[in-house]
Design a binder for this molecule. Structure first.
Ligand code: ZN
Length: 157
């Protein structure tokens, strides 16, 4: 496996990342789900399996975010799962957009930007381009999952 630069995990943001890495949230598999995707990054062996359960109103009521690999993907997968609960898919897409903008170092319009919560800690990864991929893999899984869900909906309509 190639040697990847280590992101310094000290300070407030580093502690938040380590907390999610050591005690990841929402890792139990769901018996049934409306969205299920698996993404893999062969570059550093990161893998994520994302499952989402929606209610009749299209809100995310359950999330399972199982990841393996480095601390960055495992922490992001945990933080993302927490942030997605209770959101509509449109709000989930807005969160994805806001997270990616933060990782690109763009400043967000304060009023329209969704709360990133613990995810703000991931900005420490910005200086390490190869590690940004680790932080984006769970979001890629979310995008792929939402896209195929929408295609499925369109076919049923
Ligand atoms: Zn990684």
């Amino acid at each position: 496996m190639p040697q990847l630069p280590d992101v310094p995990l000290h300070g407030l943001y580093g502690e938040s990342i380590m907390d999610h890495f050591r005690s990841p949230r929402h890792r139990s598999a769901l018996a049934s789900s409306d969205i299920e995707t698996e993404e893999f990054n062969p570059f550093c062996g990161d893998r994520v399996i994302l499952q989402i359960k929606l209610d009749d109103a299209g809100r995310i009521t359950q999330v399972s975010s199982r990841s393996e690999g480095c601390s960055i993907i495992q922490a992001t997968a945990s933080m993302m799962a927490e942030a997605l609960l209770g959101k509509s898919l449109a709000q989930a897409a807005a969160l994805d957009h806001a997270f990616r903008a933060m990782m690109r170092g763009e400043s967000l319009e304060q009023e329209s930007a969704p709360e990133l919560g613990d995810l703000v800690a991931m900005q420490v990864v910005r200086e390490y381009p190869v590690r940004i991929k680790c932080a984006l893999l769970p979001w890629l899984a979310l995008e792929v999952g939402m896209e195929s869900h929408q295609l499925g909906q369109a076919e049923r309509d």
